[in-house]
Design a protein around this ligand. Structure first.
Ligand code: ATP
Ligand code: MG
Ligand code: MG
Ligand code: MG
Length: 578
């Protein structure tokens, strides 16, 4: 492959684009890899498309190697399967929905578990057909509350997603482990510095779901590691056992309440006010949203009587989870402080609350830490002004405080936790039978009795990976691609005009014949200085300067990463590059 800068569809930018906050976004725009086309949507220009395709190909090869079979689904899907699985509402504001001319409802797929499950149900019928692993590399659509940082959080983005179907838990575990291995090879080959962290709570950091986080300060996820053992977890998944009631330094000891067996809303309100939500009285307080939503329900009751939402001030909240938790209860939130709405904006937007028909309140005393929203299911009757913050220890079973660096490791207890930020580039998940149950997928077993397959799902944000690699591989002058994903293997910079251009093109042709991807800067309209600046910005691992010394049979080889320059005989170039 030989590309010529003189005709390449590319314009590099000298200045940083105003709306690009993070280095990867800035550099990918400036070096002409992508262009913003819509809010959260990007056009891949020729150099960018080459990188995206190389990343895709690398991932495809590893997934195929562990037995994955590639398929392609439509992105435009009918509502029905998502209704059946419950995700039409669970995804809430995050899905793009639309209607056809007859009014039938559709969505743009945010992910395809439903379709994969239906496909397998309609194709396979015997235990002999399993296990099976299907995968796809396709655009997904999510109406992210905050599209951000270019490719890192798009509203249309490329994902490799895979779905596995096994007959039993042991099979799923084996498939999951194969994916875990493939993911490690993928992210190693991509040159990423990453951590595999538990994405599920559990003292030992449960292995039912793990995320691959590329470490970088611009990441939106926060994860902990242990100074002693191998424990690593997304902070969303860290369960630090709550200290016994009354023993938290600096925290008021909770008061113990005697509640009647069937408490009234008033009693609930009182409990909430006293931070006494809990199971002391036979009630269950479920940490349904990992310390974000606390719901209280009477024994045997289907719906919670009270939902308390706490939003730690330094963390983003997954709105769809909040919405999912709110739906079952008709929550009427207190609106006594309507003049303080700014305190919640950015955590739970008034938009979402409005859509849910929720009036809300923020306790004005909560300033920097946490805003708590509360409600009761008798519209307009009661609301709780629950005060909380870092000191919220509801009942001794739920720890609401944030994890902090230096906290004891919940796994080994002897190490201390360290905290870093990362970008979620991959996520593997033992799904279980959620979808095969929803779609009643049964196949005949060895003894003729039906068997219900068990699923796993495994995603990689392909477009996000491009940005994550750029985030970890750049310097003050531009991108520094790892050789495995660079758009080209070598960048020939012609420092001169006339004969040097022809010589460089001839040399480029010879390199391309040997299988190298070559970019030749054969422009005669710009200075050598501009070409060098562009070469560093574009970030191809090796540059070859074809200049005056060519007449003596020499070119200069430059290493983009180290900056090292070596003069070598042009005859040796091919061998040096291969
Ligand atoms: P996040 O926590 O960043 O919102 P997610 O947990 O919602 O991601 P998954 O549903 O696990 O994402 O999707 C699989 C992978 O798709 C993620 O690991 C991530 O790499 C990628 N991904 C998810 N959302 C986006 C997005 N908006 N833009 C780009 N890539 C994304
Ligand atoms: Mg998400
Ligand atoms: Mg996530
Ligand atoms: Mg995820």
């Amino acid at each position: 492959m030989l590309l010529r800068m003189s005709t390449l569809f590319l314009r590099t930018l000298r200045e940083d684009p105003a709306d690009a906050e993070v280095p990867s976004h800035r550099l990918l725009l400036r070096a002409g890899y992508v262009r913003r086309a819509a809010p959260g949507g990007y056009t891949w220009l020729p150099l960018g498309k080459l990188v995206l395709d190389r990343v895709t190909e690398l991932i495809r090869a590893e997934i195929t190697a562990i037995g994955g079979q590639e398929i392609q689904f439509p992105a435009l899907l009918p509502r029905e399967p998502y209704q059946t699985s419950g995700r039409w509402t669970e995804y809430g504001d995050d899905i793009f929905t639309l209607a056809d001319r007859r009014g039938a409802e559709f969505l743009l797929a945010p992910t395809h578990e439903e379709m994969a499950t239906l496909l397998v149900r309609d194709t396979f019928s015997s235990y002999r057909d399993f296990p099976v692993v299907l995968f796809q590399v396709q655009s997904k659509f999510r109406d992210e509350a905050r599209p951000r940082a270019g490719l890192l959080r798009g509203r249309e983005f490329l994902m490799k997603d895979a779905y596995s179907f096994d007959l039993d838990q042991a099979g799923l575990r084996a498939t999951y482990d194969r994916f875990r291995g493939a993911y490690r090879r993928i992210f190693d080959r991509l040159g990423l510095d990453y951590e595999v962290v538990s994405a599920m709570s559990g003292a030992m950091g449960g292995s039912g779901s793990e995320e691959f986080l590329a470490a970088t300060p611009v990441g939106e996820d926060t994860f902990v590691g242990c100074t002693v053992c191998h424990y690593a977890a997304n902070t969303e998944a860290v369960t630090t056992p709550a200290p016994p009631a009354g023993e938290v330094a600096g925290h008021p000891a909770p008061r113990v309440y005697d509640t009647p067996d069937t408490p009234t809303i008033e009693a609930l309100v009182e409990l909430a006010n006293a931070r006494q939500l809990g199971d002391r009285t036979g009630w269950t307080a479920a940490d349904t949203l990992k310390n974000v939503v606390l719901s209280v329900r009477r024994p045997g009751a289907d719906e919670p009587d009270l939902v308390v939402i706490g939003i730690p001030g330094d963390r983003q909240v997954d709105l769809k989870r909040v919405e999912a938790a709110l739906h079952p209860a008709t929550v009427e939130l207190f609106d006594g402080f309507a003049d303080q709405p700014d305190l919640v904006r950015g955590y739970i937007g008034p938009q979402v609350l409005g859509k849910l028909g929720i009036r809300y309140l923020v306790d004005p005393r909560v300033v920097a830490g946490t805003a708590w929203l509360t409600g009761a299911n008798e519209p307009g009757r009661h609301a709780v002004d629950v005060v909380a913050g870092r000191d919220f220890h509801p009942d001794g079973t739920i720890e609401a405080a944030e994890v902090r660096a230096g906290d004891p490791c919940p796994a080994c207890r002897s190490g201390a936790l360290t905290i870093r930020r990362g970008i979620e580039v991959g996520h593997i998940f033992q799904l279980g039978r959620r979808f095969t149950d929803a779609f009643a997928v049964d196949v005949s077993g060895p003894d003729g009795r039906p068997v219900r397959p068990i699923m796993g799902c495994y995603g990689i944000g392909v477009s996000r990976v491009v940005a994550a690699v750029a985030e970890q591989h750049h310097d003050g002058r531009g991108l520094v691609w790892p050789a495995t994903v660079a758009p080209c293997d070598v960048h020939l910079v012609v420092a001169g005009k006339g004969p040097q251009v022809d010589a460089a093109l001839a040399l480029g042709g010879r390199l391309a014949d040997r299988g190298l991807r070559v970019l030749v800067d054969d422009r005669t309209t710009v200075s050598a200085g501009v070409k060098f600046t562009d070469a560093e910005l574009i970030g191809i691992p090796r540059a070859v300067v074809v200049g005056r010394r060519l007449t003596d049979g020499y070119v200069e080889l430059r290493d983009r990463r180290s900056g090292e320059r070596t003069e070598i005989p042009v005859d040796e170039l091919v061998d040096r590059l291969l």
